[in-house]
Design a protein around this ligand. Structure first.
Ligand code: SAH
Length: 392
């Protein structure tokens, strides 16, 4: 067997890596000709300059995150057995957490599988690959999935824009089985999703626990579910006995699925297709108020350079949402941007609520559910924030 390449970390570099993080940035690597010429996603042994092993990783000379470590030991192969072992561990954790097979099965570095996200909907798996190293291993990954999970259908949703950072193209493909509309079971409700066409993998499992928390407070209340997508929050609230639920989103197909899911749950919602900022402004002018206002927008801070305008947008959203929350009502603000840290997000929400002239108590601080494990040395894997305020 041919010896595989060794990538060397520059002297005094790789501080985060030495502390346990699984990433090495391109400027931290001795990038001479041989390393530069390696194809994106090459499996390599990674060493510190003093010869000490860092481990086995995927190397991409074209990416800012040049090394994604997948094992702490050198010479570990990224083969079918490797993927099967990691997937077994991930599956065992989910089976301990949930009764039914509906969850995020793999959450990238949080499950020791860099660049790989897999959502499970019963016997359908939706796979999202974001790095060249995993893309190059697709056949053994599929074999491992069939060994460990044996799904009927596997859909590849390889259309995340971040793939371009790794030099990968984007595509959506049904790898096996038949893709189409599927059912999602969550918190005792049944929703519809369309993994081939919906946003991301078709469903946002990350808000599962937050949906349950909101629904537990919704009985007899009016609820505005802003940025509802296919109704994850709103339908559960309606099922829990909310008096009135409006699902507000700009996406027509998402709202159509929300209406169908609501009907399947014998829950009543009203779908409104509009821009959230415009609709909240209009509702405020008409003196409409809701006992619960939920705002779960798309990422406002897509890149670090967008922090200031994005932070301002969260502040404005909090103000508009507070304007239409009843006295004694609850306001949930959520952010899925990992580029804005929790403290900054909370500060912007507080400023927006204050600007609306309201007093608030923060009653609930949460992130994603346990099927989105974080890598303890990689704060980037903790992206979701959900804050619930009680307003006077
Ligand atoms: N709360 C949802 C997930 C929201 S994802 C859930 O629990 O599943 C963000 C949603 O915001 C998407 O459905 C997208 O269509 C919608 N969206 C994006 N920009 C919007 C805008 N300006 N006005 C209204 N909806 C918007």
């Amino acid at each position: 067997m041919s010896k595989r390449p060794t990538i060397v970390i520059k002297p005094r570099e790789g501080r985060r890596a030495r502390a346990g993080a699984p990433w090495i940035f391109s400027n931290e690597i001795v990038m001479e000709g041989a390393a530069k010429a390696l194809p994106p996603g090459t499996v390599a042994d990674i060493k510190f300059d003093d010869g000490q092993d860092f481990g086995s990783g995927f190397f991409n000379p074209k990416s800012l995150i040049a090394v994604r470590l997948f094992a702490r030991a050198p010479s570990v192969a990224a083969d079918e057995n490797f993927f099967a072992a990691r997937l077994k561990r991930a599956l065992a954790l989910r089976e301990r957490l949930y009764d039914r097979p509906f969850y995020r099965l793999a959450h990238a570095e949080g499950d020791g599988l860099p660049g790989l996200v897999i959502d499970r909907f019963g016997d359908t798996l939706v796979v999202q690959i974001s790095i060249a190293g995993i893309e190059a291993k697709l056949p053994v990954l599929i074999a491992a999935l069939n060994k460990v999970v044996a799904p009927k259908t596997i859909v590849l949703r390889n259309d995340t824009p971040s793939r371009s950072l790794e030099g990968l193209d984007t595509y959506v493909r049904t790898e096996q089985g038949i893709a189409g509309r599927i059912a999602v079971e969550e918190n005792g409700a049944r929703y519809f999703a369309d993994p081939g066409q919906g946003q991301k993998t078709g469903w946002y499992y990350d808000q599962r626990d937050n949906r349950a928390f909101i629904a537990s407070l919704a009985k007899g209340r009016t609820v505005l579910d802003a940025y509802s997508y296919t109704g994850g929050f709103g339908i559960l609230a309606a099922r829990a006995g909310a008096k009135e639920v409006i699902c507000l989103d700009s996406s027509e197909p998402a709202l159509k699925l929300a209406e169908e899911s609501a009907a399947a749950n014998k829950a009543s919602i009203r779908a409104v297709q509009a821009d959230v900022f415009e609709e909240m402004t209009r509702l405020a002018a008409q003196k409409e108020r809701f006992d619960m206002v939920l705002a779960d927008p798309p990422p406002f801070v897509k890149a670090r350079k967008d922090l200031e305008p994005g932070a301002k947008a969260y502040r404005k959203l909090a103000r508009l949402a507070a304007d239409i929350t009843t006295p004694g009502g609850l306001l949930m603000m959520s952010s899925c941007s990992h580029n804005i840290p929790m403290d900054r997000f909370a500060a912007e929400c507080a400023a927006g609520i204050l600007k609306s002239g309201r007093n608030a108590s923060l009653i609930h601080v949460a992130g994603a559910g346990s099927d989105h494990p974080m890598h303890p040395m990689l704060p980037e894997t903790a992206y979701l924030k959900a804050l619930v305020y009680a307003l006077d």
